[in-house]
Ligand binder design. Sequence first.
Ligand code: SPV
Ligand code: MN
Length: 621
Amino acid sequence: MPLSNFLLRGENLHKLVALENPHVIRQVRRFIDLCKPVKVTVIGDDPEEIAYVRQLSLDNGEEVKLKMEGHTIHFDGFHDQARDKGHTAVLLPFGERLSRGIVTLEREEGLKEVLGLLDGSMKGKECLIRFFSLGPTNSRFSLCALQITDSAYVAHSEDLLYRSGYEQFKRLKGSHDFFTFIHSAGELDERSCTKNVDKRRIYIDHLDGKVYSVNNQYAGNSLGLKKLALRLAIYRANHEGWLAEHMLVMGVHPPRKKRVTYFTGAYPSACGKTSTAMIPGQTIVGDDIAYLKIDEDGNARAVNIESGIFGIIKDVNPVDDPLIYKALTTPRELIFSNVLIVDDVPYWQGMGRDDIPESGVNFSGEWWKGKKDDDGREIPFAHSNARYTMRISELENADPKIHDPDGVIVQGIFYGGRDSDTNVPIYEALSWEHGVYLGATIESETTSATLGQEGVRKSNPMANMDFLVIPLGTYLRNHIEFGRKLRNRPRVFSTNYFLKHEGVFTNEILDKKVWVIWAEGRVHGEYDAIKTPIGYLPKYKDLRDLFRQVFDREYTLEEYHQQFSVRLDKFMEKIARMEAVYRTEPGMPREFGEILNQQKSELEVLKAETGKSTLTPEFFI
Ligand code: SPV
Ligand code: MN
């Protein structure tokens, strides 16, 4: 008799049967029989059932309580501290290919390997069967997600980050229209961390709406609903004509005006996405993943598919991130990961304290100042990709529309990179198509959120490149067509918070507030702008007035010139990099090449005519 017959009985079986969905039961049985847990628990939407998951995580040692009420610490293994791009593969039918940088595997071969690794992976462990909704429930955006995992930490994180979806599954009325995520942390060590990270595999089977993840715990690899579901949603969005994006969603509130304007924004990891969504005075709908759809009136509407934040904790301090800092230092349900723990108190890099203890427990186990890894490198007291997990509703600046089933109307989109010498801090695209070009040409320096070398400049189209399961050209064409179908097109802006002059940042961290408010004013036709080949630049007097209004600070013409001059040579270098990157990319939309060539020739003419490498904004008036 199959194992699932023994393990699925009584209340558990009853909960599954009540969904009246044979497809759910089939998946659950199949993966129980394969993974062979010792116990199965089916969890519905009831808060008591959900509380069981947190307790289980504490009981099995995946999380440990901290001093502050509701706070816990979870450690991922020493080599399991970020998304593992090398072992995350998109499963493709024989002969199909994807774009550069995306690992793919022949589907049959990949399935065989990962199902082999999952076979018996839950031995001696409890398997949790979870139901979630991606996006608010009862909405045109909701997608059902079935999570099967042997990690109570994974399931608990999902309770903080997503909406419970047991009732939403009933609304499927028996259809197979849901995603399935199978995860096993595999064998655990004495710290309840994954032991065999060398056998870590994350395989995306978008053709079957499933993702398999084994031998890992780090949320970007393990939580089905995060970057794993994003990949399945991109596939779906592209076939159905909507967008699944690596984007924040925020309400921008200009000073002294009673209005809110919603923006989305795509920024690669550690390029200022969360800090943009958290700009003081604004409201946050989401900080990581959004779905965008077209409504009956031709508006773009967006929802945050999540309801929590899995945020980088590094540099969260009372000065730069006061609201998050406050949330992290007061009682609430919250998971810290990979920070330093001393006497049940967490410490992280850049928290603004100079009394960091010299020993404690961190992601390497017992830690002391000067401790080295196997390669002789000093181990920092907390990992630079250490994180916190909490509900957005815990924040004072949570937007009231966060769970609105209709989402919010998007009137502006930001594309932000990380660039020390080329892009100006903010400018507006000349058209929707040019906006898609700006998104497609985002570049950033690599950070600690992915494994590998830090500090290398990389092209990361729409900050979504890591998650594409379709060719880049197809994805970009879907963007262009999405915008063309809209009656009310959002304005598109490019941001760069990292521009330097002689090695020093040209602006303060919070200056982004002015850029964002300028963009909001542009949406409402309140500011003129200077048309240049690269896009519309803000005028000096508007920024000067905004700096006075927002920060009571004198913004000098010198600062303006340093920040907003068009660096012809640098832009031409960027265009050359983009040509190299995109040259081999098949099926690119015609518009991309047209815009690139036009910019290139206009910049070349300017260069030839003026003989200069940089032109001030006034040159273009
Ligand atoms: C990112 O790296 O973009 C994140 C964190 O949002 S992860 O869960 O690793 O994707
Ligand atoms: Mn992200």
